[in-house]
Design a protein around this ligand. Structure first.
Ligand SMILES: Nc1nc2c(c(=O)[nH]1)N[C@H]1C(S)=C(S)[C@@H](COP(=O)(O)O)O[C@H]1N2
Ligand SMILES: [Mo]
Length: 358
């Protein structure tokens, strides 16, 4: 059974840039990237299946000492944690890859930052007591439906959205993985996983399972479709790898695409983030093959959210190409060319923004 899309749900979607109507997938509008926090109305949505019914409970079992069945009230009774977390879809930027991979044609706006509040996943797992030989946590959503299997290139009638997380991440209090029940101070909306979902900081958002219904500690690695079929980097020339943390990336937010600006002093602004650590440098370049001039990078406002950067530019009349290139504390730097892979994940190539100055 799935929820009908009523007027309230339709109203929630009105500010977004639609990619697909059903299941609903949509990008944030450009101005959403200019703020520290994305409003709930403007936060992108990515769903593989129709909105599901959820029975309001979360079962925690598998290789645990004490299986649990928790309600929203049980989760609210645990210590609450609230963080701003940048979520980016692994398919963000797929539209700029050549040849164009299969999959939703995301431009560059499947990324947003919201306040997420909930219980720590580590606290819930501590109550259940994972077995000493546990290796992964299988995380099941309530959503399911027809799906095209990547491995055999055929449809399956009914597949449920299931992902696994390494237990070392799931059970680590310092990793701050949340079972979130509030987004920007309000109960979760249907499109964002009501009544509760995972929010996994630093990871591509596929790890943040919505409509969470069941958690199982596994003593063997999980091999579901969303773990080993999709969300795999199928590199043409090297071994395949699972999609995990977000690759370093900068976006230019000001000037907005397509605007004309007056000649003179103009402050170029943008956001930058990486799942591998804070962004330490953003360089700007204005002609091809030029040197990179350093932008001012603001320190992170929190451990899991995008950072602001700016650059004061003396804009002369004409058409200019602005490029912004980020590097993170782990030494990763954005590439010029999208790292092509068959399913089109992890495009963190340097953005080129054209601007006309008069
Ligand atoms: N149950 C479930 N969880 C899910 C998904 C899904 O299809 N089903 N999509 C994932 C993907 S691919 C992304 S990018 C994020 C999107 O979260 P949002 O819609 O709140 O922005 O949810 C993740 N969690
Ligand atoms: Mo995604």
């Amino acid at each position: 059974m799935s929820l009908t899309v009523d007027g309230a749900i339709a109203a929630n979607r009105a500010a977004l840039v639609m990619i697909k109507e059903e299941p609903f997938n949509a990008e944030a509008p450009h101005p959403a990237l200019q703020d520290h926090i994305t409003t709930t109305d403007e936060h992108y949505v990515r769903s593989n299946f129709a909105l599901p019914e959820h029975d309001g409970t979360l079962y925690v079992g598998g290789a645990v000492g004490t299986p649990l069945t928790l309600t929203l009230d049980d989760l609210r009774a645990l210590p609450a944690v609230e963080h701003a977390v940048t979520l980016e879809c692994a398919g963000n930027g797929r539209l700029d890859m050549r040849p164009l991979p299969t999959g939703e044609p995301w431009g560059g706006y499947a990324v947003s930052t919201a306040y997420w509040k909930g219980a720590r996943l580590a606290d819930v797992l501590a109550q259940a007591g994972p077995a000493a030989d546990g290796v992964e946590l299988r995380c099941e959503g309530a959503d399911h439906g027809r799906y095209h299997l990547s491995s055999v290139l055929a449809d399956v009638d009914d597949l449920t959205f299931v992902r696994s997380l390494p237990l070392s991440v799931a059970a680590d209090p310092a990793a701050d993985v949340l079972i979130a029940y509030e987004m920007n101070g309000e109960p979760l909306r249907p499109d964002h996983g009501a009544p509760f979902r995972l929010v996994v900081p630093h990871w591509y958002a596929v790890a943040s399972v919505k409509w969470l219904s069941r958690l199982d500690v596994l003593t063997e690695p999980f091999h579901g479709e969303f773990q080993t079929g999709h969300y795999i980097y199928e590199w043409p020339d090297r071994p395949h790898e699972p999609v995990t943390t977000m690759r370093v990336r900068a976006r230019i937010t000001d000037p907005a695409p397509g605007v004309t600006i007056p000649a003179g002093t103009y402050t170029i602004r943008g956001k930058a983030w990486s799942g591998a650590g804070p962004v330490t440098e953003v360089g700007l370049a204005f002609v091809g093959d030029s040197d990179w001039s350093p932008a001012v990078v603001e320190p992170p406002r929190g451990p899991a959210q995008w950072q602001d950067w700016h650059y004061v530019w003396e804009a002369t009349p004409g058409r200019h190409s602005i490029r912004a290139r980020a590097a993170d504390a782990a030494g990763n730097v954005q590439p010029d060319v999208p790292p092509w892979n068959r399913l089109g994940y992890g495009n963190n190539a340097i953005e080129i923004q054209y601007v006309e100055v008069r």
